[in-house]
Design a protein around this ligand. Structure first.
Ligand SMILES: NC(=O)c1ccc[n+]([C@@H]2O[C@H](COP(=O)([O-])OP(=O)(O)OC[C@H]3O[C@@H](n4cnc5c(N)ncnc54)[C@H](OP(=O)(O)O)[C@@H]3O)[C@@H](O)[C@H]2O)c1
Length: 443
């Protein structure tokens, strides 16, 4: 039997304490399955006195993450702090320079510095592993790096942020407004006090940038991800989507196109009967389209102490087995420069909601603007608000000038065409406020 693998862990929060518990609870099974023991030899966090629901007395406490990374009795450095710069980055670099493999769950660090760190790992002939950084407990990194290695991947898409999916699911199931559901998510611990990183789509973008690099063999390009969050989604959109046979999800989508690689994060209408539409609450989902294996959908917990710990330990296990393969499948120097596809060239169907002043000719003008851009409509529904006494509801009179919600679904068109049409409709003064536009994906 090979000697024990000595692990040093920096960061003992949700993920770090989960890893300690998993290695403690499944120690015997892991040893039997690996033929080798995994032993935690050093730990570090900010506060030594914090109660973590764990007895830490048997672990050696070091004051800084870098001290863990450089400790002589640490073979593998596990970074579970978070954040793209500062102490975690410095400690990861220290470990790699010292020829020690690194496991991290830090998507922010990877999305910003992943290729540089991968190159550093290769120069030192060690592994850099990050299964937990994308979609928590779903083994999507392994799927792309190993199981689907022989395939050409055409598209990776998914629900990569549990907070957004929880909010959209609750808006859909209970017909409630965004702000109200966000407040409830914060009370339930599913959204941060400052939820911008999640609801603004940035967390999804970090994960998508990592998946893009793995799937398409390109350098990482977080700055080129088109990002739209979910803050503009209204109960009216959720309701209209339901009536039209769709659900609204925040998707990250990366796909090869003729003009380059498209990376986009935005609310998306997906057919109600699709697998992705049925993924509710904090659950994550990743769909991968390949040339030989076909289309796969992986669904599971995208966060949480146990699920994420399971992914971190799977990386430690790979290292215990001697895996030193390049972090992003190809050696860092062979990753192609990222060539960004123009989003304006994106083709697909669109949902549009306008608040149209109820005047003669308003509809005709809107239809003309769409036709000018060769946008053809699959359906158009005018939802006239009800007025009058309760029990004797009647439509508001035509030509009243009152804004009336109008919902349109387009046939496939280009992003450039629909944007131009909507800009002109807005400039014509026939609508109140800004148009709402949601892309439709047939997944
Ligand atoms: N939570 C999830 O479900 C999840 C899922 C996937 C990936 N991740 C990623 O996993 C990483 C950790 O997330 P988490 O949720 O476990 O975070 P967390 O609960 O906030 O824990 C962070 C830990 O890092 C420690 N820490 C912070 N700054 C430090 C410093 N300068 N030196 C040493 N230790 C420091 C903290 O110490 P104290 O405890 O003493 O404050 C804490 O133990 C992040 O990169 C995150 O994106 C998390």
């Amino acid at each position: 039997m090979t000697g024990p693998l000595k692990v040093g862990i920096a960061g003992l929060g949700t993920v770090g304490s989960g890893v300690l518990k998993l290695l403690r609870d499944h120690n015997r099974e892991l040893q039997e399955r690996l033929g080798r023991q995994i032993v935690v030899t050093a730990i570090s966090a900010r506060s030594r006195s914090k109660d973590r629901g764990l007895d830490l007395s048997s672990y050696r406490w070091l004051e800084t993450p870098a001290a863990v990374a450089s400790s002589p009795d640490v073979d593998v450095f596990v970074e579970l702090i978070g954040g793209e710069n500062g102490a975690p980055k410095q400690a990861v670099e220290t470990a790699l320079r010292a020829g020690k493999p690194v496991v991290t769950a830090n998507k922010a660090l990877l999305a910003q510095h992943g290729v540089g760190l991968a190159a550093l790992a290769e120069r030192n002939n060690v592994a850099l592993k990050f299964e937990a950084a994308v979609a928590g407990g779903i083994p999507v990194i392994k799927a792309l790096r190993e199981s689907l290695l022989s395939n050409r991947i055409t598209r990776v898409s998914g629900i990569l942020n549990g907070t957004c999916n929880y909010i959209l699911s609750l808006m859909q199931s209970e017909g409630r407004a965004f702000a109200e559901v966000l407040a409830e998510a914060q009370r339930a611990g599913y959204a941060e006090a400052d939820p911008t990183f999640d609801i603004g789509g940035f967390d999804t973008a970090h994960k998508l940038a990592i998946l893009t690099s793995l799937a398409f063999g390109t350098e990482m390009s977080l700055k080129d991800v088109y990002i739209e969050g979910i803050t503009g989604i209204q109960a009216a959109d959720i309701e209209a989507a339901e009536d039209l046979g769709y659900r609204i999800k925040l998707l990250g989508v990366a796909q090869r196109t003729e003009s380059g690689i498209e990376q986009r994060v935005h609310p998306t209408m997906v057919p109600k009967q699709s697998a992705i539409a049925a993924v509710n609450g904090v659950t994550n989902c990743v769909a991968i389209d390949t040339d030989y294996a076909g289309s796969l959908t992986l669904v599971g917990p995208g966060a949480g102490s146990k699920a994420t710990a399971s992914s971190v330990v799977s990386d430690i296990v790979d290292i215990a087995r001697g895996d030193k393969s390049p972090a992003f499948v190809l050696p860092a120097a062979k990753l192609e420069p990222y060539r960004q596809a123009q989003l304006r060239a994106h083709e697909g169907g669109y949902y549009v909601r306008l608040s149209v002043f109820d005047k003669y000719g308003a509809f005709a003008k809107i239809a003309t603007r769409m036709a000018e851009q060769k946008v053809s409509l699959d359906s158009i529904v005018q939802r006239r608000p009800r007025t009058g006494r309760p029990g004797r509801a009647r439509s508001s009179p035509i030509d009243s000038g009152t804004p009336v919600p109008v919902i349109m679904i387009t046939h496939d068109t280009t992003e450039a065409a629909i944007r131009t049409a909507l800009e002109r409709i807005e400039a014509d003064g026939q609508i109140e406020g800004r148009p709402q536009m949601i892309r439709i994906e047939s997944i």
